[in-house]
Design a protein around this ligand. Structure first.
Ligand code: CA
Length: 379
């Protein structure tokens, strides 16, 4: 029952307090941004109008919401001083042209996933997903408290980019198939849409990996350009209608256990922003990073029930032998990625060292708890 009158009287008390605090800060020279508190109150605020290109079809639920949420949060938090217009794949540049468009400064921002750029920057794949690697929660730990983001900035700095973690789907599904997978031999000769390091592993297991953006998956599978595909998880896969053209839905998503999405900013464009707008962009990206994961966590099970109960999808677990063999190949593949490049080796070592530590602890934390819960629910 908060009436307008109550709010107004609260504001009356709040306003003088705010002025007193502002005067105090200005009088003491206490602002941390070189006196811009005083300037901001006298000069009209400069408005920045940016464009953000993305690897997602415009208005795609789930993944496609991340750049839209980012733009909206930045606009609100900056009181309209930074306005970002979001473009879907193909509107200004094709999905896989996002990295170059932002790197060259043709647009100020982009949104996608680092593993799409593996042809140009192989080690970038570590910043999206590593097969049998980090979950979403673990990935956030590495990036924001384990040295990951600093290494990512060093890597992307070479391409005139500032990277930000901006979204995570949580553990994905292994994908959609039209034949059963009973042994590794069943993958031989199969053409599958599977990007990133998972794709490299799939190739070494005898298949052919195809790096297709989301918008091209349905038609490619329908017309037989590919035999199988992974995309995200139930929530996103349902909206693509993949159940209409594939029978078996396999789990777990060994290839993408907790993939991070990226927002990329052209370095020079970022440098033109005052410190408060830079911080707004960083904080908004972090908020989106958390919120997208929460959305997937909340929606995946309902979408899965709809796929299985209403559309007759056959849910299958990959056999343990197949997973073990894929794991063996994965370790070989990721160890080869750094090659002779010093920074790539540093990124690889940082990731592996963190992963080994986190896995050891998760054994007695998340994993121990989830196992205990499952056992308790069964009894
Ligand atoms: Ca995927």
């Amino acid at each position: 029952m908060n009436s307008g009158k109550t709010m107004q009287s609260k504001n009356k008390v709040f306003l003088p307090l705010f002025i007193i605090v502002s005067l105090f800060l200005t009088g003491c020279g206490g602002s941390s941004n070189n006196g811009t508190v005083a300037e901001a109150s006298s000069a009209p605020a400069k408005v920045y109008k940016w464009r953000m290109v993305t690897t997602w079809p415009k208005n795609l639920p789930g993944l496609g919401r991340a750049p839209e949420m980012l733009a909206e949060k930045v606009r609100l938090m900056s009181n309209g001083r930074l306005q970002i217009t979001v473009f879907g794949a193909g509107e200004i540049v094709p999905a896989l042209g996002v990295f170059d468009a932002v790197s060259l400064g043709n647009v100020e921002m982009g949104h996608g996933a680092a593993y799409y750029w593996k042809g140009k920057v192989p080690v970038a794949q570590f910043f999206t997903a590593v097969p049998f690697g980090l979950t979403a929660q673990e990935m956030n730990g590495w990036l924001h408290h384990g040295g990951g983001i600093e290494l990512w900035e060093e890597l992307y700095g070479k391409y005139n980019l500032v990277p930000l973690a901006c979204g995570n789907s949580g553990t994905q599904m292994a994908g959609w198939f039209n034949k059963e997978i009973n042994s590794l031999a069943d993958l031989k000769g199969m053409k599958m849409r599977i990007p990133g390091l998972g794709g490299e592993v799939f190739e070494r297991a005898g298949g052919t990996a195809v790096n297709l953006p989301g918008g091209e998956i349905f038609t490619s599978l329908q017309t037989g350009v590919i035999d199988a595909t992974e995309w995200v998880g139930p929530y996103n896969d349902l909206t693509f209608g993949l159940h209409q053209i594939a029978q078996y839905y396999y789990y777990p998503g060994w290839q993408e256990p907790g993939p991070t999405l990226e927002a990329i900013v052209n370095k020079e464009a970022f440098a033109t922003l005052p410190a408060d707008l830079q911080e707004i962009v960083r904080v908004a990206a972090k908020a989106v990073n958390d919120d997208l994961l929460a959305e997937y966590t909340a929606r995946n099970n309902n979408a899965l029930r709809e796929l299985v109960d209403q559309h007759g999808v056959e849910l299958r677990r990959l056999p343990v032998d197949v997973l073990n063999e894929l794991h063996k190949i994965s370790e070989e593949v990721i160890a080869e990625i750094p090659g002779d490049d010093e920074l790539s080796q540093k990124i690889y070592r940082s990731y592996i060292e963190y992963r080994d530590g986190v896995v050891a602890y998760q054994d007695i934390a998340e994993r121990a708890y989830v196992n205990a819960r499952a056992e308790a629910l069964e009894n």
